[in-house]
Design a protein around this ligand. Structure first.
Ligand SMILES: [Zn+2]
Length: 240
């Protein structure tokens, strides 16, 4: 599991799970009770106490939902980004090759958090900009983002027509893969977009297709999902 801490919003913790923590998704072939048990075990290991991560029903949209109260981790919102306007609601995004992007932000009086599922469609449709807009609307003054394990530019092979269509919408996103075929650089396009919006970006640099410690849909269409997570340290003063 990769772990990070926010510099601009102290007390916010960020993590990206790996195969070691197991599949965390309910929408893939797996035993439902085993997944719920795994999610609970992860929450306990991370010191969340009674709190649960809020997961999304991700649909490759550009829709952002603001959450204020901890929600039932099973009854989830249909969207591709969640913003916690208090920074207190533990948030989760699930992926296997798409980009998991986790945000922490400072406001004049507190902190905010967000998670985003950015696949090709959502990225081209502006899910990252919409998330940043959501954070700024909620008062963000400084924003940090972490791009977790995802398929890299050298591995994300797409049909020529898709590469061309994507390049029109997002100049610079097209690339050539290790097999000399048309590809898309999703992590690069995400970094470029976030930096242009004034966000400080940290990248894991891990490719899910190449590193078998992470789930990859391209390697196995029936694979599980890893999670990008953000949560607040329990009972921790924000100035510690
Ligand atoms: Zn790769």
């Amino acid at each position: 599991m990769l772990r990070y801490q926010s510099a601009v919003a102290p007390g916010l913790h960020i993590a990206f799970t790996s195969v070691e923590q197991g599949n965390l998704a309910l929408h893939v072939p797996d035993d439902r009770d085993a997944v719920l048990l795994r999610r609970r075990g992860l929450e306990q290991d991370l010191g969340l106490g009674e709190a649960s991560f809020t997961y999304m029903n991700q649909v490759h949209s550009a829709d952002v939902v603001v959450v204020d109260e901890p929600a039932d981790s099973v009854l989830t919102a249909t969207c591709d980004a969640l913003v916690s306007s208090s920074g207190a609601t533990p948030l989760a995004v699930m992926v296997a090759d798409c980009l998991p992007v986790v945000f922490a932000a400072a406001t004049a009086t507190g902190r905010l958090s967000a998670v985003t599922h950015a696949g090709r469609r959502g990225l081209l449709d502006g899910i990252l900009s919409n998330t940043v807009r959501g954070l700024r609307s909620a008062g963000a003054t400084e924003i940090e983002a972490w791009i977790g394990p995802a398929i890299c530019a050298s591995c994300y092979e797409v049909p020529q027509s898709m590469a061309e269509e994507s390049e029109v919408l997002r100049p610079g996103i097209g690339c050539t893969t290790r097999w000399s075929s048309p590809g898309l650089d999703l992590p690069g396009a995400a970094r470029q977009e976030l930096v242009s919006l004034g966000v400080q970006v940290t990248e894991s640099g891990i490719c899910t297709l190449e590193d078998e410690s992470y789930f990859s849909y391209r390697r196995d269409p029936e694979t599980g999902r890893l999670a990008g997570l953000i949560w607040a340290e329990p009972d921790c003063p924000t100035d510690s």
